[in-house]
Ligand binder design. Structure first.
Ligand SMILES: Cc1cc2nc3c(=O)[nH]c(=O)nc-3n(C[C@H](O)[C@H](O)[C@H](O)COP(=O)(O)OP(=O)(O)OC[C@H]3O[C@@H](n4cnc5c(N)ncnc54)[C@H](O)[C@@H]3O)c2cc1C
Length: 449
């Protein structure tokens, strides 16, 4: 059969799109969801086994549906976790909320469209009868649809050094995907750990280590040694920002934002004022300025924009003060094997080489922004000319309606939801933005059915 809509992926973007489609499509319509995620609907972010891993967006902004903003807070209350809209819930609970929201929509069997969940990995594409696009699955089957939504996430960044010279035993102590938390059980309490990358993933992993009874030392190495900043419990109101009045050159723009931060008394006010306008600001920037932003301002943007819950930050600060964790800034050059692993790096701003000895190396360098590199399916789709890589390495080219431009006017239209569309929208990593995009894409598909 040919489905009206085929969703590829099974994380938040996919489930948000499905929920909206179930609400919008007629009973006669059909949807297939292809996903290889063991916790269908949770993706990397919300399938954590640790209750202490918290959301980095307040509960009041995490509803699946933009037009029902209290839905997640209501769910928390109904499940005896009475948090306020400004509190930071557990990511595990958020995973359960997504599952429950989808289940509630699917229960209504009589008046909803057909939804088939297919647990498989999509490996390639083939054009089918009537212009539909078919996806080849790793279980040997094929699923075809007239509207396609790619919700593949962006994958983990790979380590920037060659590890092929390390023995198998040493390689087993390099954790390339920290989200498989089973590695924590192999660490001895007094071991030493070097975490590469100093963003939100690093904080999550450090918390998880110490929660497992770890008493050794953690050394964090990242290019600039910048760590995420904290939310505050009672934020001041966001500042009003007129994006049209902001300068187009990156250096002048950053100067204005710094000046306004000082004027506003708390830089969070300017970041919160910018947040709903960032997509418009990005749209107005010429390519050269976007490149400049990515080259020079990205680490600063990340630590101010992607903040941690206040009490998580306090716990992390305590570990820094006690010396359990130390942070160094430098460029990793090489990883060598001796009694332990030795990481050679060039400290930031110096020509000399320094080193860190550690029993374990953990890759927390974050998301792979060049989305096409991490996905065999996307590489194959590009080879077939179905999609185009974003020139800044930010995923795939889509238009302002999240459509692959090449598919417009064809019998099958391909949409993309989530961080793979960062080249068009930039601010499209977190739930408040993805849920809007999912709604818009579902509406566009409903118009075609
Ligand atoms: C650790 C972490 C914490 C975060 N915390 C927050 C937060 O507190 N608040 C917030 O708003 N945002 C948070 N985010 C951002 C988060 O990325 C988004 O909220 C959202 O989860 C992204 O979902 P996604 O579906 O786009 O991607 P993913 O969650 O990565 O899901 C993509 C899915 O597609 C599947 N897939 C990929 N390729 C194929 C294929 N070929 N065939 C079949 N299936 C495939 C993958 O297995 C995966 O399940 C966090 C992100 C991370 C990594």
């Amino acid at each position: 059969m040919i489905y009206d809509a085929v969703i590829v992926g099974s994380g938040f973007s996919a489930i948000a799109t499905v929920c909206n489609l179930v609400e919008l499509l007629p009973e006669s319509a059909s949807i297939a969801v292809i996903g290889d995620d063991p916790g269908f609907g949770r993706g990397t972010a919300y399938r954590t086994e640790l209750y202490l891993h918290r959301l980095n967006v307040p509960a009041g902004r995490m509803s699946l549906f933009p037009d029902r903003p209290t839905a997640f807070v209501d769910w928390l209350r109904a499940h005896r976790r009475p948090l306020d809209a400004g509190d930071f819930a557990s990511r595990q609970d958020y995973g359960l909320y997504i599952r429950d929201s989808l289940a509630a929509l699917l229960r209504n069997r009589k008046s909803r469209c057909r939804v088939d969940f297919i647990k498989a990995k999509a490996t390639g594409c083939v054009e089918r009868y009537g212009g539909a696009l078919g996806f080849l699955l790793d279980n040997g089957n094929e699923i075809a649809g007239r509207s396609i939504v790619l919700c593949l996430g962006v994958g983990n960044a790979t380590l920037p050094v060659d590890l092929s010279r390390l023995s198998a035993a040493a390689r087993a102590h390099v954790i390339e995907n920290p989200w498989r938390l089973s590695w924590l059980r192999r660490v001895r309490a007094s071991d030493s750990v070097c975490i590469l990358g100093s963003g939100l993933t690093m904080i999550d992993q450090a918390l998880a280590l110490f929660a497992h009874g770890f008493t050794g030392k953690v050394t964090v190495l990242s290019r600039r040694g910048l760590v995420p900043l904290a939310h505050v419990s009672h934020p001041k109101p966001a500042m009003e920002i007129d994006v049209d009045a902001l300068p187009g050159r990156m250096s002048e723009l950053l100067h204005v934002l710094r000046r306004e931060s000082v004027r506003g008394g708390d830089w969070r006010r300017i970041m919160d004022g910018l947040r709903p306008q960032t997509q418009a600001l990005w749209r107005g920037l010429p390519d050269a300025e976007r490149r400049r932003f990515l080259r020079h301002a990205l680490p600063w943007w990340n630590i101010h924009r992607h903040r941690v819950a206040p009490d998580v930050f306090r716990r992390f600060e305590g570990m820094l003060r006690s010396g359990q964790i130390s942070v160094r800034a430098g460029y990793l050059l090489d990883v060598e094997e001796a009694d332990t692993l030795t990481l050679h790096y060039r400290p930031r701003g110096r020509k000399s080489v320094a080193s860190i000895e550690a029993n374990w190396v953990v890759n927390c360098t974050g998301m792979e922004r060049a989305g096409i590199a991490h996905s065999p399916l996307l590489r194959e789709m590009r080879r077939q000319g179905l999609i185009e890589a974003d020139p800044l390495g930010l995923g795939i080219v889509v238009d302002a309606r999240s459509r692959i431009p090449r598919s417009e006017g064809n019998d099958t239209v391909i949409y993309t939801v989530g961080a793979l569309t960062a080249g068009q929208f930039w601010e499209i990593t977190a739930v408040p933005d993805i849920r809007m995009q999912a709604r818009n894409v579902a509406q566009a598909i409903a118009e075609r059915v």
